[in-house]
Design a protein around this ligand. Structure first.
Ligand code: GLC
Length: 552
């Protein structure tokens, strides 16, 4: 209905799906996922209702950080296929009406990148100044390594260069010098290149680190990094006004806002890391207040911008913005064993095992994801409830191959599993129990549930576009919200407790006598209700139940 009107700002009610080509589908039988395999699976994504595919890095790479260590920004890793395969995939996705974005990882390169090899070899190299060097690590330089288990400092001395170089991430990922105009131009060229091939924008990796210039000589004389991000956005908009920048900015809300841009637009969307962390705290407590609090605190994005919401991603489930006690509560509830935790700040787990496979709870969480304001971003495998493999190292626990059907290769590949980039999840969350084929025909499966949520979310623009009013449910275990837009309103209810409950909500008088139509179920739990002449509605919720209701 009204979707046609929203299509100009397509990202506002998109369904984004993140995947790694390497672990999605192997078509060539070599044990590694590839673009040809992904192309065969585009119809799975189409059926699910995905409108935008986010590709994790697929560029040539020594693969020491799952491809986030790039040696050529203009190519496709030969393990994944050719540039021709990439374009065929893109064309297939676009044929199904899906847009494709990809990781733009320009905070750093691999230390094997020809630029860095040249830079470290000589002070005269034209690439020397593409990286950040110092004779001694500066006092006022950036503080804090991102991977504290592996790195002790953001500076590493390079024998060949005779200087220290800066790296926020692993030492094999030297930081690019964003203050250098040549680097800035090159980043625009990289974006222009992939956009010309058909990408609709980028997920921008590590944005605050990328813009960092602290501690560099004459830092105060350097151009404002935010101006640069705005320039980059303007460049992108000139090339394609429909393209987006979806940024990884894990900062408190007030600091994140700067990345949407102040005077000129910068990022189109920022991930809501705070809301995500508070969601887990709320789940752990069986009390909606931490989440409700985050939503109340969350600043409104600029008019054409949006928050991007998510339950899990390819990294650890970071809980770094919770207090120590709060984090401990989440650890106790969802990852009590040390092997489940990472860097002291997060969990290397997927949602279903954290919730002990409780289908009611898992379904409730995804109902939240699709009903909270913001653009939902799924990580591959979430649609079927994949689990993690704790025997994999670090963050790789959640980066196992996609599970398409039962059997030894899980439908991912016909090759000897020894050759897979990671082994398939073993045990009760493995492909024999959790896979696309079995869930497709099962109306009670998570896949069917998420497909339904996607469909309703797309049909209900109030969720993405409407104004959110929190309603007092009278219970700390129930989140009740009204999503209203000019011509419609939708009520959503989520029960965080393992108990049936009846709540009475007070709606605006304007809604008196309105009918309430369940959008997610037409079974007995979804008996239609009505708003009383006084504007009240009394509604039942099953244990861990959720309801979306159109206010007629
Ligand atoms: C981002 C990515 C992470 C990667 C890091 C370095 O945080 O999400 O996976 O390791 O950047 O590129």
């Amino acid at each position: 209905m009204r979707l046609s009107r929203t299509a100009d700002l397509w990202w506002k009610n998109a369904v984004v799906y993140c995947l790694d080509v390497e672990t999605y589908q192997d078509a060539l039988g070599e044990g590694c996922g590839d673009f040809r395999g992904l192309t065969q699976r585009v119809d799975h994504l189409d059926r699910l209702g995905v409108t935008c595919i986010w590709l994790m890095p697929f560029y040539p790479s020594p693969d020491r950080d799952d491809g986030y260590d790039i040696t050529d920004f203009y190519g496709v890793d030969p393990r994944l296929g050719t540039l021709g395969d990439f374009v065929e995939f893109l064309r297939t996705a676009r044929d199904r009406g899906m847009r494709v974005i990809a990781d733009l990882v320009v905070n750093h390169t691999s230390d094997q990148h020809p630029w860095f090899k040249s830079a470290r070899a000589s002070r005269e190299s034209p690439y020397r100044d593409w990286y950040v060097w110092a004779d001694e690590p500066p006092e006022d330089g950036p503080k804090g390594v991102v991977f504290p288990d592996e790195e002790k400092s953001v500076w590493t001395y390079d024998e060949e260069a005779g200087q220290y170089y800066q790296h926020r991430f692993y030492k094999h990922q030297p930081d690019l010098n964003i203050a250098n105009p040549a680097v800035r131009d090159e980043i625009a060229r990289i974006m222009g290149f992939w956009m010309e091939l058909g990408l609709s924008g980028f997920r921008v990796d590590a944005v605050p680190f990328m813009l960092e210039t602290d501690g560099q000589a004459d830092a105060e004389k350097l151009p404002d990094p935010h101006d640069y991000l705005a320039d980059l956005r303007a460049f992108m908009d000139r090339r394609d006004g429909q393209a987006i920048l979806l940024g990884e900015v894990n900062l408190p809300y007030s600091d994140t806002m700067a990345f949407f841009g102040d005077e000129a637009p910068e990022l189109t969307m920022c991930f809501d890391f705070i809301g995500m962390q508070r969601l887990y705290l709320a789940l752990a407590r069986g009390d909606v207040r931490p989440l409700a609090g985050a939503l109340a605190e969350r600043p409104a994005p600029p008019k054409d911008g949006h928050w991007a919401t998510f339950v899990r991603n390819h990294d650890e489930l970071t809980l770094d913005k919770l207090s120590d006690d709060e984090r401990q509560e989440v650890f106790d509830a969802f990852g009590p064993k040390e092997e489940m935790q990472l860097y002291g700040r997060g969990l290397r787990r997927r949602l279903p095992p954290m919730l002990e496979g409780d289908a009611r709870r898992i379904k409730m969480v995804y109902s939240l994801l699709f009903s909270l304001p913001g653009t939902p971003v799924l990580f591959y495998g979430e649609e079927i409830g994949m689990g993690e493999d704790l025997s994999e190292k670090g963050r790789n626990a959640v980066r196992t191959p996609m599970q398409w059907r039962p059997g030894p290769g899980g439908g991912f590949s016909s090759a000897d599993p020894e050759r897979f980039p990671a082994r398939l999840v073993p045990g009760e969350y493995g492909p024999d129990h959790v896979n696309v084929a079995a869930q497709r025909g099962d109306p009670d499966s998570l896949l069917s549930w998420i497909s339904l949520l996607v469909e309703r979310y797309r049909e209900t623009p109030e969720l993405a576009w409407g104004e959110l009013t929190p309603l007092d449910s009278g219970a700390d275990t129930v989140l009740a919200q009204l999503h209203a837009a000019d011509d419609g309103a939708v009520l959503t209810l989520h029960n965080f407790a393992d108990e049936e409950i009846e709540v009475t909500l007070r709606l605006d008088r304007a809604h008196a006598r309105a009918g309430l139509i369940d959008l997610l179920s037409d079974g007995p739990a979804g008996a239609d209700a009505e708003v009383s002449p006084e504007g009240e509605a009394t509604l039942r919720l099953a244990p861990y139940g959720c309801r979306w209701m159109r206010v007629e």
